[in-house]
Design a protein around this ligand. Structure first.
Ligand code: NAP
Length: 320
């Protein structure tokens, strides 16, 4: 089979297409024929050596994917060969024609959701659900600011929060991004490049602030986020690419809570619960993954350059 291989950590160009033997499923494992692989920023951090410089080499990148079940290991009864599925974690990497997963990480893909959309579910929707409901414990009627709403995680959060009865405010860095965020469920949007948007956002809430902030770029925004929070507000730090200075008094005076989150820490029961809710949203049509670019497997390096730039407007996927 064809697969992307990384033989040394480094820039996107270290990813090369190679021929590999097909993996075989062991007990409790599923072999999936990959129709689409999701490209996430974490794939780029891992390839660059930022997260796990000790990553065993060579390896095939890719956490997210969707496709059909090719073969099942012993003792799996809830899935069947040929079934359309998406996956939330891969043992052998999804930038490949076939990939091996644990059965607990494989979920049915409804017929109305394309494989490319299925590849946009695992990390983005899992992260958005976990941040909103398992970490911030957002409830209907609250106001959430999705700070960075036009990307993979942000759009998932906008759709999930809107469907759950929250008032959604979203930010983006372009007119196209702002229109997309409104289309997917935000009632108000702001351009995070505008100099005065925080003042206008506070005005919009009558000076009260928002109950929850989902933060995609904490190193830029966290210091200011605290002053946008209502009393007992919560900020969930989802993304950060550097250090930040903040005034603890802004948190103190509000009884505010700063919550970190990493999808790598999610417990098996929380993951199952998140994907049960995501399955319901896909069936009901409240969740509709937005795919902005589809590229061949050989374009993995170009996709990794693009995923680290702004203006994603949804999810990039690779089609093996
Ligand atoms: P993405 O698709 O590239 O989206 C990035 C988002 O950040 C876009 O909406 C972008 O808006 C926005 N952004 C750019 N400048 C901003 C600013 N100054 N203030 C607020 N937002 C800004 O990436 P993603 O997949 O959604 O992931 C978002 C972040 O979360 C990444 O850093 C990723 O590594 C992280 N993440 C963390 C976890 C976790 O478990 N903690 C899981 C998944 C992702 P424009 O492009 O419109 O400017």
């Amino acid at each position: 089979m064809q697969a992307i291989r990384v033989r040394q950590l480094g820039p996107p160009e270290v990813m090369q297409l190679e021929s590999l033997p097909e993996p075989r499923p062991g007990p409790g494992q599923v072999l999936v024929r990959v129709q689409a692989a999701g490209v996430n920023p974490v794939d780029a951090y891992l390839r660059a050596g930022l997260y796990r410089p000790d990553l065993p080499l060579p390896y095939t990148p890719g956490i997210d994917g969707a496709g059909t079940i090719e073969a099942l290991g012993a003792d799996i009864h809830a899935l069947r060969p040929g079934q359309r599925v998406y996956l939330t974690w891969s043992i052998t990497g999804t930038y490949a024609e076939k990939t091996l997963c644990a059965a607990a990480h494989v979920f049915p893909l409804p017929a109305q959701i394309s494989f490319a959309q299925g590849a946009a579910l695992g990390v983005p929707y899992g992260t958005a659900y976990c941040a909103l409901f398992q970490r911030a414990r957002a409830v209907p009627g609250e106001t959430v600011l999705v700070h960075g709403a036009s990307g993979g995680v942000g759009l998932a959060a906008v759709q999930l929060a809107h469907a759950a009865g929250l008032r959604v405010i979203g930010t983006a860095g372009s007119d196209a991004g702002l229109a997309l965020v409104r289309r997917e469920g935000a009632s108000e949007t702001f351009n995070h490049k505008a100099p005065d948007y925080r003042d206008r956002l506070l005005e919009l809430t009558g000076g009260r602030g928002v109950d929850v902030i989902l933060e995609m770029l904490a190193n830029v925004n966290l210091g200011h986020d605290l002053s946008l929070l209502a009393k007992r507000g919560r900020v969930v730090i989802i993304g950060s690419r550097g250090r930040v200075e903040l005034d603890p008094r802004e948190a103190m005076g509000r009884d505010a809570v700063l919550l970190g989150m990493s999808l790598f820490n999610i417990a098996p029961q929380e993951l199952a619960s998140a994907h049960a809710a995501i399955a319901a949203g896909l069936e009901q049509g409240t969740l509709r993954p937005v795919v902005s670019r589809e590229l061949g497997l050989a374009a993995a390096a170009a996709a990794h350059h693009a995923v680290m730039e702004s203006g994603s407007l949804g999810k990039f996927v690779l089609l093996p």
